[in-house]
Design a protein around this ligand. Structure first.
Ligand code: TXA
Ligand code: MG
Length: 321
């Protein structure tokens, strides 16, 4: 385990080139994306990928997403069918991850895919992420840059709070504008939503012209443990008001300790979600959360909140994976 403090790199030429050098040398670098910060390592280097699991303290080797600077690069690693191409054209760069068949001789370390014949690929829209991926010249495997089972990071400080001394560096790109992880879809055997996220499922369905199946096709979404994204504080959902001793996380016009979006805007609420949980968690009180509409980005928000509120022993025992 490295004992050196984590380097805090900034969004300039020196910071980017240091981050790329570190990644190319097999070290771990947390990088900003428009969704959340990723814990990046060279996806072709099995030691670097093993270090990702070690740094996160992941109890099991869940498959990871590989990040590429553009769709052409992504196409070097996966077989794109017509639906995948349509989605890539419409939504890349952006908050969409596609799970697709891995090409033979891709060079991707098998720990990335947990031995599956498919791999998750994503082209992030964040300009710093794309520049870093271009400079690095390797596919970068990156789960969210938080210790396993904890709240995902949307600022460089969140990353340092969880992983300081466990990774070589964090590249600071300011707060992540989307604020929840990417939407994960597979096109085979039929278009299927594996995880709701920063791209509304409705937009994907409109693009493909068919409804998305959910968790179908026999594909388990590995890593989707019921308790995930968990703060220390207990969470109570669908709360109209705080009970004595609770903090209230609000949505829309209401009296509360912190409001995800006073205007009732789901995009703004997603961007604020993880920061709000980090902040209220630090206050040390149980957290009551107001109801959030379950459409658009609300589906991703409610998915993350349900996991944050789930019984913790599910995470400890790792019952799903
Ligand atoms: O926004 C995001 O997606 C962030 C940023 C950093 O890009 N990354 C992220 O990675 O959320 P992670 O490791 O926390 O989530 C990856 C998810 C896991 O739930 C895993 O089960 C799923 O992707 N996944 C990866 N490969 C898969 C595969 N071959 N089949 C099915 N699911 C897969
Ligand atoms: Mg995660």
């Amino acid at each position: 385990m490295p004992v050196a403090p984590t380097e805090h790199l900034y969004a300039d030429t020196a910071g980017l080139s240091r981050a790329a050098d570190l990644l190319r040398s097999g070290a771990l670098v947390a990088l900003p994306t428009e969704t959340v910060y990723g814990l990046g390592g060279d996806a072709t280097d099995s030691t670097a990928v093993a270090r990702i699991f070690e740094a996160k303290g992941r109890p099991s080797f869940n498959p990871l997403i590989i990040h590429l600077p553009d769709a052409a690069e992504a196409g070097r690693y996966v077989e794109m069918d017509d639906d995948a191409r349509r989605l890539a054209d419409a939504f890349w760069p952006g908050a969409l991850t596609l799970v697709l068949p891995l090409k033979p001789d891709s060079g991707i370390a098998s720990l990335v895919t947990a031995g599956l014949p498919t791999v998750a690929v994503r082209v992030p829209a964040h300009p710093l992420a794309r520049e870093l991926l271009r400079l690095t010249g390797r596919p970068v495997a990156a789960p969210s840059a938080n210790p396993s089972g904890r709240i995902s990071p949307t600022t460089a400080q969140h990353v340092l709070d969880g992983l300081d001394g466990r990774i070589a560096a964090v590249l600071d790109g300011g707060p992540c504008p989307v604020g929840v992880e990417s939407t994960i879809v597979t096109t085979q055997p039929e278009p299927t939503l594996l995880r709701p996220g920063g791209l509304p499922a409705e937009a994907i369905e409109a693009c493909l012209g068919v409804p998305l199946a959910s968790h179908g096709g026999g594909i388990n979404a590995p890593g989707q443990m019921s308790s995930h994204y968990a703060p220390d504080a207990a969470i109570r959902l669908q709360a109209d008001a705080a009970q004595p001793g609770e903090s209230l996380l609000g949505f829309g016009h209401m009296d509360c300790d912190l409001n995800l979006s006073p205007a009732g805007d789901l995009v703004e609420a997603a961007a604020n979600l993880f920061s709000a949980l980090h902040t209220l968690d630090a206050a040390g009180k149980p957290i009551a959360v107001a109801p959030i509409p379950d459409h658009g980005l609300g589906r991703a928000i409610n998915d993350r909140l349900r996991r944050a509120a789930a019984p913790r022993d599910a995470a400890e025992g790792g019952t799903i994976l």
